[in-house]
Design a protein around this ligand. Sequence first.
Ligand code: ZN
Length: 471
Amino acid sequence: MIKKCGQYVLILALFSILFGLNLFSFEKSNDLVLKDTVQTVHADFGKDYSQSNLLEEFDYSFLGKIDSYICTSQFNGYGTEIPYSFFKVNVLHTYKGELEKTIIIKFYGGYDENNNLILLENMTYPQKNEAYIFYCNKTTLNYDADERTLDNSYVITMPYNLIKQGSQSNQRAESIVNKIKNDSLVTAITPLWDFDDGGEEPEYINTSFATAATIVLNVSTYVFLYPNHERYYKITNNKLRYLSFYSLGSLDTWVFVYDSSYNFLGGNDNVTGRGSDFTTELNFFYNFYADINQTYYIKVKFSSSSQSGSFHIKGIEDNWYSSSNINDLFWNHHGVNGNKVHFTNSSRYTTEINNGIAEWNKLTTIQIVPGGGCVGKSVSISDYTDTEPNAAVAMTSYNWIFPMTVKYNTYFFNNMTQAQRIKTVLHEFGHVLGLDEFTGKESIINVMHQGIRELTILGPADIAAYRAKWG
Ligand SMILES: [Zn+2]
């Protein structure tokens, strides 16, 4: 029986309302009984994909298993004049792109209203529980647009979009996949192989900055290295945070981290201290400040050039703090009004103040902006001079009826370096954002830990406390 996609969308909506989430917690019938008539359709594409590097050609590549049939959409005047069949697919390994564990494919072909199977030339109807290697793109349509396409589905229009394991074109890829499939740790693999060259071994293409493979946070990535081999990965970071990368395995691994201009930021050989919470000694663990909208490169290798073998690498967001209770890092007051801090400034240290604002504003949830606000929910910034040796370097005070005040002591500020002034500006804005003193609780790399120090970026606990309070 033909399943209508409109019904599916309706059921999906009802289930969403009833159960809030997991849209695919129920199964639909997927009896893919072979029917008598099979009609194939010639489809001509814009280029000869048999000559293409499929990994370069498509946005996504993954090993996926057909979990279940969802529905069929008959031609309604939109799109190609054949049925589309939709299937739920479990993503076993990702080779390219960022994918959910379960996705939907829009397969060009299927059973028409008379139960004739209509397929494009050289395509086979997806079979439940079969694994395929997919090279495909995400739909540019949605159900509202054509009443045929399930939102966010991945489009399968040609034989190169789904390749059955064991087919000739993919024999070498398959041997690697089979080996890796047995390793339960793996949810992503890179080797990204290139099987066009006809050689015995796969060509690993992420062996330079230019060919670095995209790595996804919270996903273990399998790495295999030959002697004298190095592999490159990259991640584009979409919010200000600290990232940690570490290896898992029994071999002695090294990591080197670079910024978007390939400048070396730092690295690690053997794990000590904090990294011991995540992995074992011969592995690496490296924590670093990751700026918003920056790409970072991660190079891995063995410490011994003659070593070959495999390990896993994993990246996590790691805004670490040592207080057992994050609430210990909050102040009772703040100058936030809605999602903004409004301020007026009569201080002479405008460069440092602008630097401090820019750094906090990278966290995006709360924006510090000049002007506006209302009494009791705005901040007044000014200078004062107190030459007492034990006078404060700066002060932030809260009054429920007057604006908050931030005052910088020129006696100290005039004799501080710019980086020291920026650190203090960051600290006082931290109070305005509701953060308490971190002194005695968190390390000195956090701006909320008191003292004159050169520091122009936030520390991990600064970011963790801000994220916990404001998101
Ligand atoms: Zn303070």
